[in-house]
Ligand binder design. Structure first.
Ligand SMILES: N[C@@H](CCC(=O)N[C@@H](CS)C(=O)NCC(=O)O)C(=O)O
Length: 230
């Protein structure tokens, strides 16, 4: 019997957060195409959600939507949340930050395509600021040269999410590796550290055969590739 069903597209974007977490804790899951729920059944499932990813938890026989909520559900189940009130709250804040970055890099669900000016402004402004926010948070709470984690001395859901966010971004768009190194060198190191954890490494190797360098898909990914010259 499997532990979970994950409904998502054949893309890393939001799904990779969940897959990295499930790999790290050794949970078993089946991948289902998001179209099995979205859009026709979105309102019919228990705990309805607007859009993928959807996680079905076989133990509770419940569906969950909204990436940060899914990550919190898993983190609680597998004890991947910091114990102290401040860092516990920060773990949720980091998940929400990740989701904001995903929304911003897709220019709010691809409402408007990127052009050189708008992208350069975002890349040198808010994207750089986001990277610094993660860096500063890590340095304040546990990240050091050569080791440590974002919120202390043990891995938490915040580390998996941060690695899923920036690791996927720089894998899909290698020119952004320099931005990460410059604005958040300790986060760049954390990404490598988390991606090198054996079960995560094996999962990424397997999935990247399918995903290749894909990111969020659609016209917005094409416009990102165009402005980045990739
Ligand atoms: N806030 C939601 C966003 C969900 C979302 O935008 N899903 C994308 C794929 S990553 C999708 O398929 N959207 C279709 C839609 O919103 O209609 C979450 O964090 O899970």
């Amino acid at each position: 019997m499997l532990d979970y069903k994950l409904y998502y597209w054949d893309l890393p974007f939001r799904g990779v957060f969940i897959e990295m977490f499930l790999a790290d804790v050794g949970a078993s899951y089946a991948l289902h195409d998001a179209s099995e729920i979205y859009p026709e059944r979105s309102l019919k499932i228990e705990n309805p959600g607007m859009a993928p990813p959807y996680l079905y938890d076989w133990k509770s026989k419940k569906y969950f939507a909204q990436l940060p909520a899914i990550m919190m559900h898993l983190a609680r189940e597998y004890d991947y949340l910091p114990k102290r009130a401040e860092t516990h709250t920060l773990a949720l804040k980091i998940l929400l930050d990740c989701n904001d970055v995903l929304l911003e890099i897709t220019n709010y669900h691809g409402m408007v395509m990127w052009n050189k000016n708008s992208w350069d402004e975002f890349r040198n402004g808010r994207l750089a600021d986001w990277m610094e926010i993660f860096e500063k948070t890590g340095l304040e709470h546990g990240l050091k040269a050569g080791g440590g984690y974002l919120l202390g001395t043990t891995i938490s859901v915040a580390d998996i999410a941060t690695a899923a966010l920036f690791g996927t971004m720089v894998y899909a768009f290698p020119v952004l590796e320099e931005d990460l190194q410059e604005n958040a060198p300790h986060i760049a190191q954390l990404v490598k550290h988390v991606e090198a954890r054996k079960p995560i490494q094996a999962m990424l190797e397997r999935r990247r055969v399918v995903w290749e360098r894909g990111y969020c898909g659609g016209q917005i990914e094409s416009s990102l590739r165009k402005v980045l010259g990739q």
